[in-house]
Ligand binder design. Sequence first.
Ligand code: IPD
Ligand code: CA
Ligand code: CA
Length: 264
Amino acid sequence: MLEELKEIAKKAGAIILSATEIKESTELKTSHRDLVTKYDKLVERTVKKDLLALLPEAAFFGEEEAAPENLQSAEWLFVVDPIDGTTNFVQGFHNSCVSIGLMHFGKVEYGVVYDPYYDELFSAKRGDGAYLNGKRLTLSDRDLMHSLAIFGSAIFYPEITQLSLRVLEKVFLQAQDVRRFGAAALDLCYIAAGRAGVFFECRICPWDYCAGSLIAQEAGAVVTALSGKPLDLYHKCSVLAGVPTAYREVLSLAAPEMEKANQR
Ligand code: IPD
Ligand code: CA
Ligand code: CA
């Protein structure tokens, strides 16, 4: 299964690389910050067809179409972000990926994230470790002072901007430095690869973190909501992923803020 998922992600990545009409085909969804291109839709259609040919009994939950009715009761569920990092894609900022997660009765069993620009394929099967281009990823622990912290700005939710900035300020004051790249699935893989010690965002969608959360966990990271609760894999949720020590430090800074704001 994992090998087939990798092939499907690579084929999708080739579509991203061959895109020639990105700006012309960009539409706004909910605001000037929320974009979709014909390539997001094309990749999703292609990936969906390939995934359902591979596992016809599975349900499909992708960003660009309505959630299936049996979302929470499906035995097998594909969770797909066809292009994570669409704003980057539109702006020519080469940090975007295809993200494919496969859940079985509510647990993520497989995750594949492909960055076609760097030809980096991150993958994991539950219990079998995380890999980057076939090479096993293993994390070494460190504290926040010795970690880069990747921030996600929850850009589509102005009602929690102050909350995001409060958490960011606290983390910024203790971390080595902060980064904001713009593709949450890749951010999680960068934790798996040891490029940063911690990633956090106050609200993102299951297709942003389904695959990446397994990849990060299989590499040895801790992944939960910023409140410390388990991720909600069916609804929007905050995410905190990190090596154990930096994770715990950010949790102690963020969880009280999340609780005060009544956010998971
Ligand atoms: C977005 C990216 C971004 C994160 C947003 C996501 P999209 O996904 O992952 O880093 O901050 O919350 O929605 O819209 O580019 O697929
Ligand atoms: Ca996304
Ligand atoms: Ca997307």
